[in-house]
Write a protein of this length. Structure first.
Length: 239
């Protein structure tokens, strides 16, 4: 972020650049130096620290579905633990401000940074006789940011992960059975009576033959003969 600020500052002082571009650079620089921007940036950095390893694994070729699901569960647990930890975000923002001050000294340049959230005037709308009373707006700027920005972002991320991944855990378990790495487990007779049940429900919409019994029979048959089926024509020829 410091490099971005230095670049924007340099653009502002370049006389050969159009005035409109210099004005935009100044506006971007001022926005980045707002306290709310710094707090929000630190909040997203904390979120990305938790979600980036998961995102990379989900894009890995040949990933294990059950391992991916376990990573999703652990990631959401970590996000839930820090969902209301606003103090850590504040402390990270303070460290960020200190680092910027050090950079100013090293580069002999000064940034006008906000160190506290600005007070915003909250207007009251006149209520009509038939309207219900609304909740009083928060007047404490720090608490207002915590409730209206920090908590909302954290809750949105958690809910998004839950809807995208955790609500389909049984389907992931069914898909994991289709992985040849798990065929040995199927051959050992450890296939539960409900295995592939959710997958069957999804497939029955397209094919009424995809009953639970038929799917379980087919996966058992495939697992038993997989060692022979996976060999190529040349392998069979040499045998």
């Amino acid at each position: 972020m410091v490099d971005v600020l230095l670049t924007l500052t340099a653009i502002q002082h370049q006389k050969n650049i159009k005035p409109t571009a210099r004005a935009k650079a100044k506006g971007f620089c001022e926005s980045l130096l707002e306290c709310e921007t710094i707090l929000t940036a630190q909040l997203f950095l904390r979120i990305f620290e938790e979600t980036s390893p998961l995102s990379k694994y989900l894009q890995t070729s040949g990933m294990d579905i059950l391992s991916a699901h376990r990573m999703v569960v652990r990631t959401q647990e970590s996000l839930k633990d820090m969902a209301r930890d606003f103090e850590s975000v504040k402390n990270a923002a303070v460290v960020c401000l200190i680092n910027k001050k050090r950079q100013e000294v090293e580069d002999d340049i000064e940034f006008e940074m906000e160190t506290t959230l600005p007070h915003k005037r909250v207007g009251k709308r006149k209520m009509m006789p038939c309207e219900e009373a609304e909740d009083e707006p928060l007047t404490d700027v720090e608490r207002a940011y915590k409730v209206n920005v920090h908590n909302v972002i954290e809750d949105t991320v958690n809910e998004s992960i839950n809807q995208r991944f955790l609500s389909h855990g049984t389907v992931y378990a069914d898909f994991a059975l289709l992985d040849p790495k798990n065929f040995a487990q199927i051959c050992s007779g450890s296939l539960s009576g409900t295995a592939l049940q959710e997958l069957s429900k999804c497939l029955l919409t397209f094919d009424d033959r995809a009953s639970l019994f038929i799917l379980q029979c087919e996966i058992k048959n495939l697992a038993v003969h997989w060692t022979k089926l996976k060999t190529s024509v040349l392998d069979n020829w040499w045998d």
